[in-house]
Design a protein around this ligand. Structure first.
Ligand SMILES: [Zn+2]
Length: 382
């Protein structure tokens, strides 16, 4: 099956929007032609009889990559319900998120083992109706009791390498990211032992600058929702935010629902991290895509009202904004369009080492493509 997507404005691997064509064979991109490459004299070769998708007036973007989301449409990854997980993946694809990391909450090992065992079942029936599962984001339980956010404090524990490896085995070696608080006893050892097996994310932490700096020096390379569930960025105590900024290999997640972080701070993060290292995430929970009402997150009751999801004590509990809307928010608050696209495609893919499969329109990658009009309305998911 060969397809040529013509007349569109392509988001290239150099992060530029240029007129061009994308050629697709089966589920892979086989050719990207922009500007000079598109001269009429260029032979169409074996694509002469390809089916045509006319992208006139549209941007052709990589499908979005959400590396941190708990659920949507009334379902949560931790429900242990494969059909529910498929409903989440179908919703994500419908809103332009073609790659997805189901994200777990703080639970005991037995429960996490049942949750993670869903992944091989979903991957075995991969289906074009669903977003691609890139891997699991394990957000708990190796976090700080002082910075649980909406995680359940009853199950917080010190990082345990043997437990991590057992869970990774059950998941079919699908864990891409694990969050930990480096200041907790023994957690630096976990980084030393596991840094080559999984991307280690610093988060839900009370770490000061020296602890965070040590964690990144040891090989942690990611931050779980920068600014949320960690000490503030203070001028004499810059904490995780300052340490992440100082280590150029570190990617930082940012929730862009404009509730977790003020628009001015979104712009500031963009300025001090640059467009290479900022990763927008949804951190969405099951009420995403649903009416206002009562829901749950990690076994705790959450009330959704408009754009807010809160525990009964008022703590913000995940977001109800999908990543596509987060992308539009980023543009709305002033991030240049070509950079904003990068923050939801290439950067999240790179942050978990998947950029040679998804997140970039280049030869060999999956042809997960979006047609988007000039007002950034999602027109079609290819
Ligand atoms: Zn989360």
């Amino acid at each position: 099956m060969r397809t040529r997507i013509i007349n569109g404005t392509i988001y290239t691997k150099e992060c530029k929007l240029l007129p061009g064509e994308v050629w697709v064979e089966d589920d892979k991109i086989v050719r990207v032609l922009t500007e000079g490459d598109c001269a009429p004299s260029h032979p169409a070769e074996d694509f002469a009889d390809a089916s045509i998708v006319d992208a006139n007036g549209c941007y052709v973007l990589p499908g979005l990559v959400d590396v941190h989301s708990h659920g949507a449409m009334g379902h949560d990854f931790c429900d242990e319900d494969v059909e529910g997980l498929k409903a989440i993946l179908a919703y994500e694809k419908s809103v332009g998120v073609t790659s997805y990391c189901p994200t777990s909450m703080t639970f005991p090992e037995e429960k996490l083992a049942r949750v993670f065992a869903q992944i091989p079942k979903v991957q075995e029936h991969s289906d074009s109706r669903y977003a691609r599962v890139l891997g699991i984001n394990m957000e708990g339980p190796f976090i700080s009791p002082a910075k649980v956010g909406a995680q359940n404090p009853d199950y917080v524990m010190k990082a345990d390498a043997a437990m991590f490896r057992r869970l990774n085995e059950v998941s079919g070696h699908a864990i891409s990211l694990v969050t930990l608080a480096p200041e907790e006893d023994g957690n630096m050892d976990f980084i030393r032992q596991l840094k080559d097996e999984v991307h280690i994310s610093i988060g839900h932490t009370a770490a000061d600058y020296p602890k965070a700096d040590e964690a990144f020096s040891l090989g942690a390379d990611h931050v779980t929702h920068l600014f949320n569930a960690m000490p503030a960025f203070a001028h004499r105590d810059p904490g995780v935010v300052g340490a992440a900024t100082d280590h150029p290999h570190v990617f930082a997640e940012v929730i862009c629902d404009l509730i977790h972080i003020h628009p001015s701070m979104i712009r500031s993060i963009f300025r001090f991290l640059g467009e290479e290292r900022m990763v927008l995430i949804s951190d969405s929970m099951e009420a995403t895509g649903m009416e206002d009402g009562a829901y749950q997150l990690g076994g705790q009751k959450v009330n959704k009202k408009g754009p807010y999801a809160r525990l009964s004590d008022g703590t913000i509990a995940g977001s109800v904004t999908c990543l596509y809307d987060g992308f539009k928010n980023a543009v709305k608050v002033g991030i240049p369009l070509e950079s904003a696209i990068r923050l939801v495609t290439m950067n999240p893919a790179k942050s978990i080492g998947m950029e040679d499969q998804v997140g970039i329109i280049k030869e060999g990658n999956y042809a997960d493509l979006l047609l988007v009009d000039q007002e950034l309305n999602l027109i079609r998911v290819l």
